[in-house]
Write a protein that binds this ligand. Structure first.
Ligand SMILES: Cc1cc2nc3c(=O)[nH]c(=O)nc-3n(C[C@H](O)[C@H](O)[C@H](O)COP(=O)(O)O)c2cc1C
Length: 221
């Protein structure tokens, strides 16, 4: 059996943005955890079903317009919905999501909810999400708990198996660069005081719990 693929989803799409930095933080914590059986790539020769690959899936790279499909995703054939979308971007997004076995949605809080980019990307599909394990990591000035709550409701609507642990990262000091910037200059460095705050709040332990909960869900399949 090939390794199970967990996609860590970068949800905001503006520039510059903090989301890629938080996504990388989640990736680093989980890939450094010896109890989570990760493998560095999707090597099909690895036959141990406990093996997991972690990969980053950035919504900004999917170029999804605001939902413009005439079909209702839940009404498409469950076993092979992809060719039934009418737009090439929806078909492309469908085939990407179908190949992933589980997801960790890393989301900021925008006005007490999730960014429209994430809701839009979720709305595009149904069967590709349905039944798959999902984790939530939120961030914001108070940890983004309201975004996490809204997202849990949406994931339930998509019949995903959202796990319980949902770390919320409080951002107090990390800032975004301003001005007209190149892609390299847009990279955001985490402020050490925020990282220390997360450490004291046990955020890394929560992330590892979340990772193990996903692995347990995948092991049930
Ligand atoms: C449109 C918008 C709405 C926001 N609303 C909230 C909010 O409700 N609560 C909060 O803590 N932060 C809020 N923020 C601050 C964001 O958490 C912060 O800007 C964060 O960097 C956003 O993630 P991003 O940089 O990846 O887009 C908001 C930011 C934006 C752009």
């Amino acid at each position: 059996m090939p390794p199970k693929r967990i996609a860590i989803v970068t949800s905001s799409t503006r520039r510059p943005r903090l989301n890629p930095t938080i996504t990388r933080y989640v990736y680093d914590v989980l890939s450094a955890d010896p109890t989570i059986p990760t493998t560095p790539n999707s090597d099909p020769s690895i036959t141990d079903p406990r093996h997991i690959t972690l990969e980053i899936l950035d919504l900004a790279k999917q170029s999804l317009p605001l939902y413009d499909e005439s079909v209702i995703p839940a009404s498409l054939p469950a076993t092979d919905p992809t060719p039934h979308y009418t737009k090439p971007h929806a078909q492309a997004w469908s085939s990407i999501v179908r190949k992933c076995d589980a997801f960790i949605f890393v989301t900021p809080q925008y006005n007490w909810s999730i960014p429209a980019s994430l809701k839009n990307a979720l709305d595009y599909l149904f069967h590709e999400w349905k039944g798959k394990p999902a984790g939530i990591v939120s961030y914001g000035s108070r940890g983004g708990g309201k975004a996490a709550e809204h997202l849990r409701g949406v994931l339930n609507g998509l019949r995903m198996r959202a796990v319980g642990t949902a770390p919320g990262l409080i951002i107090k000091h990390t800032g975004l660069p301003v001005g007209s910037l190149s892609e390299e200059e847009e990279q955001v460095e985490l402020d050490a005081r925020d990282v220390e705050g997360w450490r004291q709040a046990g955020i890394e332990g929560m992330m590892r719990n979340l990772g193990m909960e996903l692995v347990c869900e995948l092991d049930k399949e």
